[in-house]
Design a protein around this ligand. Structure first.
Ligand code: GDP
Ligand code: IMO
Ligand code: MG
Length: 420
């Protein structure tokens, strides 16, 4: 397996965790390179279900190295909680997890600011402090993992940030934060995390040179990318394949393969335009059959038909070599399935995603309709054994998106997967 980047090709929750888990078998190292605990990646192994937020989904395979790269924003308390949770379920973490010393921290004032900003400028964030943490990183006032290991330095930087945030908190009538408490809590967390923190950049490059198989696990999805997504209704990082290099330290020419994960329909959580959204009974059915509720916040996901304009944009931006189409089984009982093949904007047909969200908001989907297969695909393990109409539908999704089909998933569990 060449060094592989796996990205979400829609608005997140495409089933990246499941596909990472399946691909981890062939990998030696799994790396998260952006986002933070806004992500919720679900992996089902046998009767056990795990939701990973910060730790790469490869952790469930014994003996694989999992790396939280420099591009991730890490809430130390959330990370410790996740480590404890996995350990309580007998998943080995020590020796299998490393965290970049350059990763930026998410601290309580980031969550406070996330909440305040949501009041006046609603994005529908996960309120995990992700946007404010990345703002500090870019604004050069961030605090990093390495700082957590130098108590004095950490305290000086933290004091400044808490003072600054408390001014804002007061303006918005919020309770000010206690420097002393945050300082004590996070320095204690730093002590516990010390054994995981290292120079992951040199280490990853060494592994790569030694021929070890590296799998880079994207979070969120292409249409939530800070540059290419439906701005401002996006997350604050580069979720696209380009972000994998910046967020891990692996050079671009070392990436050999890009896998794009997409659902056989579309979902979105939070605010923002969604041209194929179904606000009717059909949307409610997809939500129910697909259990479309957020893995991080529990919010109901907005559901709609497959949008081939969005996925073609995704294939282009990420250089997707191979598609992993998930949740085919959710469409098993749908008699007529629609796919958006163009947008109509002010009477004109377009086949690209407009830069202005107000334009995208006004885009009407132009659909092509497919007959459903109306039989269960849950137990199918070979592409050729899928009903003819299901194969036709899948081939059409790949053709419209402009790339080839690599993996089809018909259930949340490892074995409910077929490779082409
Ligand atoms: P991620 O954020 O991209 O990792 O996706 P989430 O875990 O947030 O959401 C995907 C959901 O779909 C999870 O509950 C998965 O267990 C589930 N899932 C993944 N693949 C399939 C599939 O092929 N069929 C069904 N029915 N569920 C799936
Ligand atoms: P995974 O990795 C789906 C959405 C939020 C909101 C916007 C900004 O599980 O696919 P943020 O908290 O990041 O500032 O929120 O992005 N969002 C996601 N939607 N899946 C995710 O992650 C998401 N992470 C953030 O709902 O609309
Ligand atoms: Mg998710």
């Amino acid at each position: 397996m060449a060094t592989t980047v796996l990205v979400g090709a829609q608005w997140g929750d495409e089933g990246k965790g499941k596909i990472i888990d399946v691909l981890t078998e062939q990998a030696d190292v799994v790396v998260r390179y952006q986002g933070g605990n806004n992500a919720g990646h679900t992996v089902e192994v046998g009767s056990e279900k795990y939701v990973l937020h910060l730790i790469p989904s490869g952790i469930l395979y014994p003996g694989k190295l999992n790396v939280i790269g420099n591009g991730v924003v890490v809430d130390p308390l959330a990370l410790l909680e996740e480590i404890d949770h996995l350990q309580s379920r007998k998943i080995a973490v020590d020796g299998n997890l490393l965290v970049s010393d350059r990763a930026h921290l998410v601290l309580p004032y980031h969550r406070l600011l996330d909440g305040i900003r949501e009041q006046s400028n609603k994005i529908g964030t996960t309120k995990r402090g992700i946007g404010p943490a990345y703002s500090d990183k870019v604004g050069r006032t961030g605090i990093r993992m390495i700082d957590l290991l130098s108590p004095e330095k950490f305290s000086v930087k933290l004091r400044r940030k808490v003072r600054e945030t408390n001014e804002i908190a007061r303006t918005f009538g919020q309770k000010p934060l206690s420097f002393a408490k945050i300082n004590a809590d996070y320095l204690a967390a730093g002590k516990k995390l010390r054994k995981y923190i290292t120079d992951t950049i040199t280490l990853l490059n060494r592994h790569e040179r030694d021929g070890r198989q590296i799998l880079l696990e994207g979070a969120q999805g292409t249409l939530l990318d800070i540059d290419f997504g439906t701005y401002p209704f996006v997350t604050s990082s580069n979720t696209t394949a380009g972000g994998a290099c910046a967020g891990s330290g692996i050079p671009p020419h070392r990436i050999g393969r890009v896998v794009g994960v997409m659902k056989a329909y579309t979902t979105r959580v939070g605010e923002g335009p969604f041209p194929t959204e179904l606000l009717d009974e059909q949307g409610a059915t997809l939500r129910k059959v697909g259990s479309e509720f957020g893995a991080t916040t529990g919010r109901p996901r907005r559901c709609g038909w497959f949008d081939a304009i969005a996925t073609r944009y995704s294939v282009m931006l990420n250089g997707i070599d191979e598609l992993a189409v998930t949740k085919m089984d959710v469409l098993d009982a749908v008699p007529k399935i629609k796919v958006c093949v163009a947008y109509k904007l002010d009477g004109k047909l377009i086949d690209t995603v407009p830069a202005d969200v107000d334009d995208l908001q006004r885009c009407l989907p132009v659909y092509q309709e497919f007959d459903g297969w109306q039989t269960s695909t849950k137990h199918v393990r070979d592409f050729d054994d899928l009903p003819k109409r299901a194969r036709l539908y899948l081939n059409k999704l790949a053709q419209l998106s402009g790339t080839k089909l690599g993996i089809v998933s018909v259930g949340a569990r490892r074995e409910e997967t077929m490779f082409l």
